[in-house]
Design a protein around this ligand. Structure first.
Ligand code: EPZ
Length: 448
């Protein structure tokens, strides 16, 4: 297998792409950057936020409810604010106060505003609930993103099996169906969004739907548990066969979003980079088994303690191998963070990225900091180096940004990370949480 060595010379400035959707506020926001002075061990307690990837589908499933709803432990992130704005425009008025969101159902409209939907892929998750409630939906076809094409063919195929008909007009998916009917649906591959969209479509369908080869992620279980609290009849969530018995209507309830396993895993990896000991409160340990197992293989130690879940690291990191897989395998959303750890591990590590076709953008930036990484297709070879050196780097996608924060925490000298609007999509004020446990990290606005 021929690996192509990444060197600074193979980099092209701004290779991480740039957003095309700018407004005055956004262009101001886009200039934020993080400044990190590396080399300080972490020590202290971090509270884990509510899960972004559970909150997005759960909030959008509000479209299905005929009564008011209260959500708790909702993270305050850019994508969440976008989702609440979208819900308001669709007819579900939402108010977020801290971690609480109150939703009042109003008169629904089937048209999701194109420009808003284009800014957030997860908006496609309103397709199933809108067709289920209104018999039609107009939603922008999600584009690809930095990590891959990310098609939605599985979503559409499944909905067609339930009786929906789709046309593509002016970049919008237009779906119609008088009343969805239960069906037997087998996904070509486990898809998180596809499973979520079809669950939300099936809860109000005529008859029973069975999803085969369904994704098993904990966020899907959280969505199903939420819908069951509103009167849905879903069984098998967390397994690859999910059965949904359609009901005539769903009431509102009160529900607390599960903790964010990827935010938690990211903080566990931070202490692997810097050494020291941190305790996570509200850590979804059972949803992190594959991640904890890899971090243990690299020399980290974990224990339950009175305050929560403790992670510690002393001594050298050890090389390891990971292959990203659907849950309960190793999550692709932790691949970039573990690659940062591999850069400082003794020996040669291997990353096999099996979920997305272009999820090594962080490697280019880690090389700027002195990492030794060779890429060949979906495989990366990482030779551990003695140290990383701080440098100006560019975030390209959410988890790539996190890996640059990890690298900056361990690097000698100062690291500047630009375009951190990517990071803010999934981490709420990460600089505050890390500063509180000893990191020297701050956010700066760059004047236009
Ligand atoms: C969800 O994305 C997550 N996003 C992603 O997290 C996560 O990386 C991904 O699942 C995999 O775990 C949210 O939950 C909001 P998929 P999703 O459908 O649903 C292919 C983050 O960093 N596929 O499970 O879009 C697809 O191309 C984000 O928080 C099709 O081919 O992922 C990919 O190769 C990034 N056709 C694979 O399946 C389809 O119709 C898995 O995608 C759907 C998917």
């Amino acid at each position: 297998m021929e690996f192509c060595p990444l060197s600074v010379y193979s980099l092209t400035a701004g290779s991480s792409g740039s957003p095309t959707f700018l407004t005055t506020n956004f262009s101001r926001y886009i200039m934020d950057k993080l400044i990190i002075e590396g080399g300080r061990p972490l020590s202290g307690v971090i509270d884990v936020n509510g899960s972004k990837n559970a909150a997005l589908p759960i909030l959008l499933s509000s479209i299905l409810l005929e009564g008011p709803q209260d959500f708790f432990n909702v993270p305050n992130l850019r994508d969440i604010r976008t989702t609440l704005k979208l819900l308001g425009l669709l007819g579900c008025d939402c108010v977020q106060e801290g971690k609480r969101v109150h939703m009042e159902p109003g008169t629904l409209t089937p048209e999701a505003p194109y420009d808003l939907v284009r800014t957030m892929r997860a908006s496609v998750l309103c397709l199933g609930p809108l067709i289920a409630r209104l018999g039609r939906a107009t939603v922008a076809l999600p584009g690809g993103c930095a990590i891959g094409a990310r098609p939605v063919d599985q979503h559409l195929k499944g909905l067609e099996k339930m009786g929906a008909v789709f046309t593509l007009e002016g970049g919008n998916i237009i779906g119609r169906c008088e009343h969805l009917r239960g069906a037997q649906i087998t996904f070509d591959m486990p898809t998180v969004g596809g499973t979520e969209n079809l669950i939300m479509a099936a809860v109000l369908a005529d008859g029973t739907t069975q999803l085969n080869n369904a994704a098993r992620e904990p966020e899907i279980t959280d969505l199903a548990n939420f819908l069951n609290s509103c009167g849905a009849r879903i069984r098998g969530q967390g397994t690859s066969t999910i059965e949904i018995e359609g009901v005539t209507s769903l009431r509102g309830s009160t529900y607390s979003i599960m903790p964010d396993r990827i935010e938690a895993g990211t903080f566990l990896a931070c202490v692997g980079m810097t050494g020291g000991r941190i305790v996570l409160t509200h850590c979804p340990v059972e949803a992190l088994e594959s991640v904890i197992s890899v971090l243990e293989s690299m020399g980290m130690r974990f224990e339950h303690c009175e305050q929560g879940f403790a992670a510690s690291m002393s001594g050298p990191l050890k090389a390891t191998e990971i292959r990203t897989q659907p849950y309960p395998g190793f999550p692709t959303d932790m691949q970039a963070q573990v690659m940062a750890l591999m850069c400082l591990a003794q020996g040669v590590s291997i990353v096999d990225e099996r979920i997305f076709e272009n999820r090594f953008m962080h490697a280019l930036e880690l090389v700027r900091m002195g990492a030794d990484i060779q890429i060949n297709g979906h495989t990366a070879l990482v030779r551990g180096v003695d140290h990383l050196t701080g440098a100006p780097v560019m975030a390209s996608d959410l988890r790539a940004s996190a890996s640059l924060v990890l690298a900056g925490l361990a690097a000698r000298g100062e690291t500047q990370i630009r375009r951190i609007y990517h990071l803010d999509r999934g981490y709420e004020r990460i600089e505050d949480k890390l500063s509180a446990v000893g990191a020297r990290i701050r956010r700066e606005h760059e004047d236009d």
